[in-house]
Unconditional design. Structure first.
Length: 310
């Protein structure tokens, strides 16, 4: 069996594997796609000590770093089921979609998340060419430009407030007839001079000139009329879906499906830890996920030294 089995090969899982293997214990990583969301990212400018890099390069360096150590990397493998240890300090089982079963004295779950998309024409075509899902990452790219934020929940309204300080103008578009964000955020949003709020609006298309976004079309659901807004960027903030479906019923999940962790990265199941975007961690960023991966691995190590027989 493994001492630490990591599920997920994004920034959180890779960092957990590095930390675990440096303790000289048997470490494995199961991942569907090593690198994770970073593979879909263009410029990364907010990982301290690396002023600029690109997603695929960052992912390759993550993998290189893990390969410096004696880590068993099982790539293109999907974890399908977790069975908690039968006794304290016993073995946790991870069953793969292939049917293979892996046993480990501790597990770090780092399966990440995916952004919910609008599924409208132009969205995929202009992804990273004006369509983006991450205001913390891409806000500065739209300095002095006009953007839309799709979604009037907390994340959409927070994004609009954040972006209003950077870009020339923000149009916030909400499907419902009211914003769902906390009242204090809505008040702040309404006080900003360069923000328009459009409710009861269904986004129907992202427009572009072939190389970048030029606008957005929405239907006013009260009149059924179609409107076009000219802009350079569209920030989609309609939800982040954690990759945790396979864990429901075993590990405690929040109402949003995030794995509930404490400050040590512990889950509700003894010997099972979690890190990164699949958890209740409040911020979904590479450096935050990497840090959480280190925390989870060190907590797993702590669990091992407390539960192993002398
Ligand atoms: P992920 O990166 O999502 O990795 C999850 C891993 O788990 C993957 O290897 C996946 O294949 C694997 N996996 C999932 N389910 C299973 C399963 N059942 N079995 C086995 N393996 C599984 N953050 C920044 O800090 N700066 C940026 O500039 C930035 N730009 C971004 C741009 C885009 C387009 C996107 C989508 C995100 C961006 N982010 C950025 C956010 C950042 O990518 C994430 O916060 C970070 O990747 C989270 O790391 P993670 O390891 O928790 O999860």
């Amino acid at each position: 069996p493994f001492d630490v089995l990591v599920v997920g090969g994004g920034p959180a899982g890779a960092t957990a594997a590095i930390y675990a293997s440096r303790k000289g214990i048997r470490t494995g990583v199961v991942s569907e796609r090593f690198g994770g969301q970073v593979l879909d990212t263009m410029a990364i400018e907010n990982f301290s000590s690396v002023p600029y890099t690109e997603g695929p390069k960052f992912a390759a360096e993550l993998e290189n770093h893990v390969r410096q150590y004696d880590v068993d990397i099982m790539n293109v493998q999907n974890a399908a089921k977790l069975t908690p240890a039968a006794t304290e300090g016993g073995l946790v089982e991870i069953e793969l979609a292939s049917g293979a079963r892996l046993l480990s004295r501790s597990v770090v779950l780092a399966t990440g998340a995916r952004w919910r998309s609008m599924n409208v024409p132009g969205e995929n075509e202009y992804r990273n060419k004006g369509v983006t899902y991450c205001p913390h990452c891409d806000g500065p790219l739209f300095k002095g430009k006009r953007v839309a934020v799709i979604g009037g929940g907390n994340s959409g309204v927070e994004a609009a407030i954040d972006l209003a300080g950077v870009v020339a103008h923000v149009t916030l578009i909400e499907f419902d007839s009211v914003l769902r964000a906390d009242e204090v955020l809505q008040r702040k949003l309404r006080s900003l001079p360069n923000v328009d709020i459009v409710v009861s609006a269904l986004t129907t298309e992202v427009l572009g000139d072939g190389s970048k976004v030029t606008g957005l079309v929405y239907t006013d659901r009260t009149t059924d009329e179609s409107h076009t807004v000219d802009l350079d960027g569209v920030f989609v903030q309609i939800g982040l879906l954690p990759n945790t479906d396979w864990l429901s019923g075993t590990v405690d999940l929040s109402p949003r499906g995030e794995i509930v962790i404490d400050a040590h990265g512990r889950t509700s199941v003894p010997g099972v830890f979690a890190a990164g975007d699949c958890t209740t961690v409040p911020f979904k960023q590479i450096i935050v996920a990497a840090g959480a991966g280190a925390t989870a691995a060190l907590s797993a190590f702590d669990h091992l030294i407390r539960t192993s027989s002398p």
